[in-house]
Design a protein around this ligand. Structure first.
Ligand code: FES
Length: 94
């Protein structure tokens, strides 16, 4: 099972999740409770995270991420609602 390490407001939350989990879906059922999110559909950017490590295991950004994040993709930002986690990952959410 992949481990997700989330940095947020000076706190670090670490948790194992099932392979191919979507963190926003988990947050919605209180199984990944610290993640901030909104629409769950790639439209609001409230779920934006910066990937510190493990990004190579993620799929290429989809059209929603390209549209909403633009140049920030190159800085490591992703929309958590558009990602399925298959390997360990470390992310920051402001
Ligand atoms: S939750 Fe709205 S873009 Fe991800």
């Amino acid at each position: 099972m992949p481990t997700v390490k989330l940095h947020q407001n000076g706190e670090v939350y670490q948790q194992e999740v099932d392979a191919n989990s979507n963190l926003v879906v988990l947050a919605g059922v209180k199984k990944f409770p610290h993640l901030k999110y909104g629409c769950g559909m790639g439209k609001c950017t409230k779920c934006t995270v910066k990937v510190i490590s493990g990004g190579e295991s993620l799929p290429e950004p989809n059209w929603k991420e390209n549209k909403m994040l633009g140049d920030k993709l190159g800085e490591g930002y992703r929309l958590a609602c558009q990602l399925y986690i298959s390997e360990n990952i470390e992310i920051v959410q402001e």
